[in-house]
Design a protein around this ligand. Structure first.
Ligand SMILES: [Zn+2]
Length: 237
């Protein structure tokens, strides 16, 4: 029998559709109102910023179901200030949905981190991975002091998570949210694909924000009346 890629694709997609119908029936059997309740709206407590790696499914590794977690994933779980996709997710999650816990989730064995630690060329993605090379540069002394290659990569996964949590604190979205009475908490976690365990790196986001306040700190946004006053008083022209 000849190998037919389109038959294989049809079977692979059949599996997805069959699984979906089975899941719908299971959910409705447990709670006939399940989908009606979800359709009313979402109020997730968590924002998950993780890697696109297929072995790190946000819901499965955290035991959360539909409606509980807002999710953004990209290669190597990066928080890049000019990434409109990430910023839109972050702003909507924080200011509209009011998420309470924001977690950056890296994982040991991350291909993106390994690629960034090498000098190989992979094409367009090299430009994205340069952000991880910047993490190496920031922690070069520690990074180069680790001689075991595997341990070095594991540490880089952790350092990358720490820096991405710090990157969150540099955004005006998080800085404004920190002024509220009940600000969201930031967390840095690493998932181990070897045993399925999540580890909390206990990243002190406030420390990072305070330490670099003179560089990344931003003043409250001025309202139109205040700007008008400043103009009248000749503070700005
Ligand atoms: Zn990864």
């Amino acid at each position: 029998m000849t190998h037919n890629p389109s038959d294989e694709s049809a079977a692979a997609m059949d599996r997805i559709m069959t699984n979906n119908r089975k899941w719908v029936e299971e959910k409705k059997a447990a709670d006939p109102e399940y989908f009606h309740k979800l359709a009313e709206g979402q109020k997730p407590r968590y924002l998950f910023i993780g890697c696109s790696d297929s072995r790190v499914p946000a819901s499965a590794i955290t035991g959360t179901g539909p409606g509980e977690m807002f999710v953004h994933r990209n290669i190597a779980n990066l928080v890049v200030h000019s990434d409109m996709n990430l910023l839109a997710v972050l702003q909507y999650a924080v200011e509209v949905l009011g998420v309470k816990d924001i977690m950056v989730v890296g994982h040991y064995g991350c291909g993106g981190v390994a690629a960034a630690a090498s000098n190989k060329q992979y094409g367009l993605i090299d430009n994205w991975l340069t952000h991880i090379k910047d993490v190496v540069r920031l922690h070069e002394t520690e990074f180069t002091s680790i001689t075991d290659k595997e341990k070095q990569l594991r540490r880089l996964v952790e350092l990358n998570v720490i820096e991405q949590v710090r990157n969150l604190t540099k955004t005006n979205i998080i800085q404004n949210a920190m002024q509220s009475v009940d600000p969201p908490r930031l967390h840095g976690l690493v998932y181990d694909i070897n045993d399925g365990v999540l580890h909390d790196l206990k990243v002190e986001a406030d420390d990072a924000l305070n330490e670099f306040q003179h560089i990344y700190g931003i003043e409250d946004v001025k309202h139109a009346e205040e700007v008008a006053e400043d103009i009248q008083e000749g503070k700005v022209s």
